[in-house]
Design a binder for this molecule. Structure first.
Ligand SMILES: Cc1cc2nc3c(=O)[nH]c(=O)nc-3n(C[C@H](O)[C@H](O)[C@H](O)COP(=O)(O)O)c2cc1C
Length: 217
């Protein structure tokens, strides 16, 4: 049976909801991100805090997956995962990453690039203990990114850890948070005729100010 893609070539949207100018955006990118994320939450988007995380392995091979942003502030952007996963191995070798948010209803994209470090054990502990029990046991049961024989492997591991820890599993040592410290941001607002607005922030050479620059779409 031959298979062909649906004709996607004529599917397109015109973006016309809003504009972004050098004068409108906040002087610092954290304030701008905070404004846009809150607008995405208010707009009722399903999980606007879900972001694509791109990492690169030791051979230079990039890979991307979605993770949930759990906290952000002046120190950076935090997400939680298994330190022994594929992304964990990538970040061990190359502690740089890119984050990407796409908020379709708002016709907006945000790109953030930076360096990665592990959050403190206390922060990982605090967040781990705030998760529902099933998720806490799941962190024990899943050797994330490893090949497993079948689904039963997970279900048996879940049962085993449930028996072992009851409703008080400790945080697995291989599970915790990472924080991305941003070096560059880009805020993208869709505009008509593909002449979109793109504002990039990068640190000024001296001082703690951010430079705001418009990029061609
Ligand atoms: C909406 C959504 C949210 C997710 N959130 C997380 C998360 O916060 N942490 C995580 O480790 N994986 C999360 N995942 C699963 C990852 O996308 C990925 O499958 C997993 O982390 C293994 O990635 P890796 O093998 O590249 O390390 C999420 C997936 C989706 C679709």
């Amino acid at each position: 049976m031959s298979q062909s893609s649906p004709d996607l070539s004529q599917l397109r949207r015109e973006y016309a909801q809003a504009a972004l100018s050098e004068a409108d955006v906040a002087p610092d990118p954290l304030t701008q991100f905070d404004l846009w994320l809150k607008q995405a939450l208010q707009a009722g988007l399903l999980e606007p805090y879900a972001m694509t995380l791109a990492t690169v392995d030791g051979d230079g091979q990039p890979s991307a997956r979605i993770v949930l942003l759990r906290q952000y502030d002046a120190s950076g952007y935090c997400f939680f995962t298994n330190y022994e996963s594929r992304k964990g191995a990538d970040l061990q070798t190359n502690p740089r990453a890119a984050l990407l948010f796409y908020w379709d209803v708002l016709e907006r994209q945000v790109r953030i690039e930076g360096t990665i470090s592990k959050v403190s054990a206390e922060e990982s502990e605090q967040y781990y203990q705030s998760r529902p029990l099933g998720n806490r046991l799941g962190a024990w049961a899943s050797p994330q990114s490893q090949v497993i024989a079948d689904r039963a492997v997970l279900e048996q591991a879940e049962e085993k850890f449930k028996g072992q820890y009851d409703s008080h599993p400790p945080r697995p040592p291989h599970w915790g948070g990472y924080r991305l410290t941003p070096l560059v941001y880009e805020f993208w607002q869709g505009r008509p005729s593909r002449l979109h607005d793109r504002i990039r922030y990068r640190p000024a050479v001296s001082g703690s100010e951010w430079l705001r620059e418009r990029l061609a779409p």
